[in-house]
Design a protein around this ligand. Structure first.
Ligand SMILES: Cc1ncc(C[n+]2csc(CCOP(=O)(O)OP(=O)(O)O)c2C)c(N)n1
Ligand SMILES: [Mg+2]
Length: 378
């Protein structure tokens, strides 16, 4: 893909595939017969869909970073380097039936589930036409299978377990999938959710997205155990995967979904990856000091977009075809950002900030009562 000198991490700027890593990328799948079976059923269109979704996810982040530099927004939480953990997982789901709860690094899940790309931008502007009506930058749409997260780490795990229990009780072939960062796995909520899911045998998939860091604390500092050991502690089947290899993530999630659909849920996917930027755009310099430069180089050579592109070329897909996919993705993201900017000054009425917090479509439940209580107090 085109590289963006002003926005890419230094390791991506003059990126070229390392032939040994491209071979490893392929052999990782080939040496696992069940995963190889899943991947070999992907036709060219399926591979190109994965490529497009990786690009859209990366380009949305680049668009947000551009906004930060331009002063449109003050900061953005990006998922650069971790795109495959989102794209591979969601591609393995049934978008018309399954539900996801995306965390900050999983913004790409929303467009993959069918939410307009423009929401990825309006959500940051607090504009009246943003998904939450300007109240929250977290966003979702239950109708599209995206449950809006809250910022409290780990809490999406019990919510996913609860949604999965509903699917099980109704006898529906549906799964609920959420992600938990390495830091989030240290919360009580995460473990309560896993206990609940495992004891009730619900079709929930929890993806432990180990990007090696939680805010400014390295994974080795915030816990002595390994994220990969967590599923066994709860008696849950683990599917470990290379989080920078979209095919491996896709195959692992397909197998996890199959297990859930067969009534043998839940499943935990453990994806190893690396945060190439800061926690958000405000601490990128500190983030570079959190790890040795060699670690950035190690993971930088494993750019999930670049490696998949190299794999596709190796598969015989013409460079022109990839360039067309990229041109379309670039245009779609630029259009979404422009469209979002048009409603930048269209802010919601201030009373909306008083809502107790439950909203559904255009209705903010409880707002009337809250205003009446305020009027009585005056
Ligand atoms: C319960 C809770 N404690 C603390 C925070 C503040 N906080 C926000 S993100 C974050 C780090 C999250 O790390 P991780 O789960 O590894 O996800 P990552 O940011 O690496 O994707 C922290 C501590 C929070 N949102 N919720
Ligand atoms: Mg983390």
């Amino acid at each position: 893909m085109k590289r963006y000198a002003a926005f890419d991490p230094p390791e991506y700027r003059n990126w070229a595939p390392d032939p040994g890593l491209v071979r490893e990328y392929r052999s990782r799948i080939q040496k696992a017969p069940d995963r190889n079976g899943v991947v070999s059923r992907l036709a060219t269109d399926g591979l190109l869909d994965l490529y497009r979704d990786l690009l859209l996810t990366r380009l949305q982040d680049i668009g947000l970073k551009r906004w930060v530099r331009q002063g449109v927004i003050s900061k953005a939480w990006l998922g650069v380097g971790e795109e495959a953990v989102t794209v591979g997982c969601v591609a393995a789901l049934e978008p018309d039936r399954d539900v996801v709860i995306p965390m900050i690094r999983n913004a790409g899940a929303s467009h993959m589930m069918g939410l307009p790309l423009v929401h990825g931008f309006t959500s940051y502007l607090a504009a009246a036409d943003s998904p939450s009506g300007g109240r929250d930058f977290h966003y979702g749409d239950v109708g599209s299978g995206v449950i809006q997260p809250v910022s409290h780490m780990g809490t999406s795990v019990p919510v996913a377990a609860g949604a999965a229990l509903a699917f099980k009780n109704r006898g529906e072939d549906r799964v609920a999938l959420t992600w938990a960062g390495d830091g989030a796995t240290k919360t009580a909520a995460c473990h309560e959710g896993l206990v609940f899911a495992s004891r009730l045998g619900v079709p929930a998939i929890v993806v432990i997205q180990n990007n090696q860091v939680a805010l400014g604390t390295r994974v080795d500092q915030h816990g002595a155990g390994r994220p990969a050991d967590i599923p066994a502690a709860h008696g849950i089947t683990a599917f470990t995967c290379d989080g920078n290899n979209v095919l491996d993530v896709y195959a692992a999630t397909t197998l996890a979904r199959r297990q859930c659909a067969g009534g043998d849920g839940p499943a935990v996917i453990v994806a190893e990856t690396f945060r190439m930027g800061g926690h958000a755009t405000h601490d990128e310099r500190e983030a570079r000091e959190t790890f040795a430069a060699e670690l950035f180089e190690h993971w930088g050579r494993r750019d999930p977009v670049g490696l998949f592109e190299a794999y596709l070329l190796d598969e015989g897909i013409p460079a022109d075809t990839l360039a067309d996919v990229e041109a379309d993705a670039t245009e779609a993201v630029e259009r979404a950002a422009e469209e979002a900017l048009a409603s930048r000054n269209d802010l919601p009425p201030p009373e909306h900030a008083l809502s107790p917090g439950v909203s559904e479509g255009d209705v903010l439940h409880g707002l009337g009562e809250r205003l009446a209580a305020l009027a009585r107090a005056e």
